[in-house]
Design a protein around this ligand. Structure first.
Ligand SMILES: [Zn+2]
Length: 430
């Protein structure tokens, strides 16, 4: 690519006049905006920037892990939001805090406008969550620590590692002067670990408004195109209490009825179809000598195809209509959690680009296009079906949600930074 001679331009002239452009064309020169020419980083330039960025990103990761921000920890979530607001503002983003009740903290939505903001440039959404599963005071007892390539601390991979990758990527793109995108929106929510009850609708809306969503749950060596839908099934059996020793015949045993239903539905799973139905909670009875008049149980459901849920509910309604213990009343309630995420063409395109970036970096990435049973906010972002959504741009890690054991693989930091930045650069060029 040839550059127009600098002498033809005065200062920061953004675009030559039509006369000048036709002159350049006649001279065989190709018009390249100055910024853009400098701003499409080569692989080498990006790799060098990654090397410079890693220490700062590890330091930021430590700073964030030191801020307790459990899903119900309002002051902690506020401290995280303050920290990130300052970082994102320094990166040139306009930052908004959006209340998302019933979440204990605000959602942070920040926007960077690229050179192609009004010109059909691609719109990226970078999604990660500020909350952790750990209570206030955890960071003091279990502080951020690094041994070799492994860092530990509350939320170190889930999801402060994901946030560190976002901040580091934006910092690198800024230093490289890259702005060939339309917009980059950064969304950090405060309630992912409790199912995103407050931020869900905003994430769905943002997902519909962007072309590409890079969701930043822990990833490392994999990126994910599909996640399971999650639902819960609550069973309630109402019977009649009576004395178990004196007049058991007067009772209607809710526990026995519940056990019968649980036994008859214990094998509904169809793993080949990604359908998993497992009873996980049961409660009944209070005294050994009373026939229980109430039994409740909960099953966890993972699914890809809504039809499997519909068929299961129909089956359960049949069981409810004809209880084995006469005189008991059986009811089922379906609770919806995250919907399934199904890969779109755009998501497959993104994954291909990310996998290519991984190869360039010598850090091959596996693309998972079948759900493994987990769910994430990426599914909300994908609800509209308009955007490409790929999950797991965060750091590699293990034992998420486990006190004293959660780790992040800092060895995955360079590749995570490279892959996210390179994916944005390459998709911006399309
Ligand atoms: Zn997470």
């Amino acid at each position: 690519m040839s550059h127009p001679a600098p002498s033809l331009f005065s200062g920061r002239l953004k675009r030559p006049s039509r006369v000048l452009r036709s002159l350049l064309v006649s001279l065989g020169a190709i018009w390249v905006p100055l910024g853009a020419a400098a701003a499409t980083p080569s692989q080498a330039a990006l790799k060098a920037e990654v090397e410079r960025q890693v220490p700062a990103s590890i330091r930021q990761l430590g700073e964030m892990v030191s801020i307790d921000s459990g899903s119900s920890d309002a002051p902690g979530l506020k401290a995280m939001a303050n920290y990130l607001d300052a970082r994102l503002t320094a990166l040139g983003a306009s930052v908004e805090r959006k209340p998302v009740p019933p979440a204990a903290g605000d959602m942070l939505v920040a926007t960077l406008h690229g050179k192609r903001a009004n010109n059909g440039g691609p719109r990226f959404l970078l999604l990660a969550h500020m909350d952790t599963v750990y209570q206030s005071g955890t960071a003091a007892k279990w502080p951020f620590a690094i041994k070799g390539d492994i860092a530990t601390g509350p939320g170190v991979s889930d999801d402060k590692g994901g946030i560190a990758v976002v901040l580091g990527t934006l910092e690198m793109l800024r230093k490289l002067g890259f702005g060939d995108y339309g917009t980059i929106t950064i969304a950090f929510n405060p309630d992912e670990e409790i199912g995103s009850p407050g931020s869900r609708h905003l994430i769905e809306q943002l997902g519909a408004e962007h072309d590409y969503v890079l969701s930043c749950e822990p990833g490392g060596k994999q990126r994910i195109l599909a996640t399971s839908g999650i639902a819960t099934l609550s069973l309630k059996v109402e019977g009649k209490a009576s004395h178990a020793g004196v007049a058991p015949q007067d009772g209607r045993n809710a526990l026995v009825e519940a056990a019968d239903i649980i036994g008859r539905t214990a094998a509904l799973s169809d793993p080949a179809k990604g359908f998993k139905f497992n009873w996980t909670i049961a409660q009944s009875g209070s005294k050994h000598n009373i026939i229980p008049d109430l039994a409740e149980a909960t099953a966890d459901i993972r699914y890809i195809d809504e039809a499997d849920v519909t068929a299961t509910m129909a089956h359960l309604r049949q069981l409810a209509a004809a209880p084995a213990v006469e005189g008991t009343r059986v009811s089922f309630t379906l609770g919806r959690n995250r919907p399934p995420m199904v890969p779109t063409d755009k998501a497959r395109e993104m994954a291909k680009v990310a996998a290519g970036a991984g190869r360039e970096f010598g850090y091959p990435i596996t693309i998972l296009d079948k759900p493994f049973g987990g769910g994430s906010d990426a599914a909300y972002a994908a609800v509209s079906g308009k955007s490409g959504v790929v999950e797991s741009f965060g750091l590699g890690g293990e034992h998420a949600h486990t006190l004293g054991e959660e780790t992040a693989d800092l060895g995955s930091m360079p590749s995570s930074l490279y892959v996210m930045a390179r994916t944005i650069v390459l998709l911006s060029g399309r």
